[in-house]
Write a protein that binds this ligand. Sequence first.
Ligand code: ACM
Ligand code: ZN
Length: 556
Amino acid sequence: MFRKLILISSVALIVAACSKPAAEISIIPVPQSVILKSGSFKVPGSVFSYDATTMDAMGKGHILDFASAVTAVTGKPSPVKESLSNKGFSFAVDPTLDPEEYAISISSKSVKVRASQGVGFLYAIQTLKQMLPTAFFEGKTANSEKWVLPAVEIQDKPRFAYRGMHMDPCRHFFDVDEVKKYLDVMALHKLNRLHWHLTEDQGWRIEIKKYPKLTEVGAYRDQTVVGKNFDPFVGDGVRYGGYYTQEQIKEVVAYAANLGITVIPEVDLPGHMIAAVASYPYLGCTGKQFKVWERWGVADEVLCPGKETTFEFLEGVLEEVMELFPSEYIHIGGDECPKTYWKTCPHCQKKIKELGLKSDDKHSAEDYLQNYVTERVQSFINAHGRKIIGWDEILEGNLAKGATVMSWRGVAGGIEAAKNGFDAIMTPNSYMYFDYFQSNELDKEPLGIGGYLPIDTVYSYEPYKGIPEEARHHILGVQANLWTEYIASNEHLEYNLLPRLDALSEVQWCDPEKKDFERFKKSLERMCKIYDILGYTYSKQVFGEAGFPGHEGRPD
Ligand code: ACM
Ligand code: ZN
């Protein structure tokens, strides 16, 4: 009983201690446990130390980078030692911690960091950076700043293993520098997956050596619809496009890996494929030449699954994709695939007969033909030791075991998937579509696809809502999606991302009882100063200032 009382009172103390300092120490996502103590640590001239025999290369790299950044801003050299010291900053490998877990203990004498591997040290350093004056992010000597860290005990690890952000460089293209800038801000918030949507109707963006026309032809469209002038169509008459070479892809994958981020490529199939059909017309049902699409929406021209050559093509593409991306998961899309051509295509109808596919009261024979495509591609990917992710349409009909479902049409797909024993990633459009407007003062917003998703709605999302307790282990995590039909510039991309990414990071990282919108909003003020310094564009809607003045982009 006595021990129980001690336990209860110490838990109460920790909770009491946690709730106050979290408001004073401004870190996003807020750590699981923050216990402020009295005193502070003086940073300038501190030694940095780690044990070279146990530290991995990634951890060492981030420690060295942090030590040089500290030297630069304080103007006093911080020497680095390859054996652990009791003074200054020390980084000790502690194999008892989870891979992404870290602990920081700061007293007036030392800053002791523990983690089990590189990514944990990276996260500890991200936390320390956010505890220093924001001038740290300027990267130049600032003698007038108080370079101290408060005495504190921090224990931290993520709630969800999958913490993703999506990028669509197909509707509009974003170069490697912008992709890296995107990855940097993801890493600052401890996200660990970039879902890179690389193929679309409006542009194919990944070099495939076996099929060079995919980028010679498929990476460029003759023009782009102006605003929402679909009917009658008004185009801008400006050729538009671009793609990533395989060398650039390798560069991005390596850059991301050093930030603890796995890049998951998406080859969206069998729909959203006009750019591929425009490059190789035999991939479509009719063999007709189509143009890379110049407008937005869902196109009827999709791949023809009635021909073996279509699968040869997909396997050739996926082989190169799997060579380039070490990710355990390959995203194969599966969304929005109209069956218009399949219904009359002799190849598709022959295949339906051969497979004995029949319509029933829920699905058409053509819907089951899409299941066949998913299953064939899944087997191919599984045979290469990888797994598939697909948009929630892959649940329609029959889905083979081992597929992971990305729930985007609300939360229903994720709930159904988890209940039926499939892993799921929650990206519901109702909470996680960052292409939606973030304010309802539309006269101040650049043209967008529609929707309304302010930051507090993002923040309020609870991924387990509606998921039975026994199925919760199937929820791998959460991701936000950022489609770019109406987003043509880096500034506009960042504006739609930030600061909703901050809210996303707390949904992904923090236990529900740690979330507090008022504390979060206060921390955001500081984070926005960091965005100003690092040159990110962001929305000020949360501070009552809607709009995106002076943005550059396509006329909208
Ligand atoms: C989607 O938004 N079409 C997945
Ligand atoms: Zn066909």
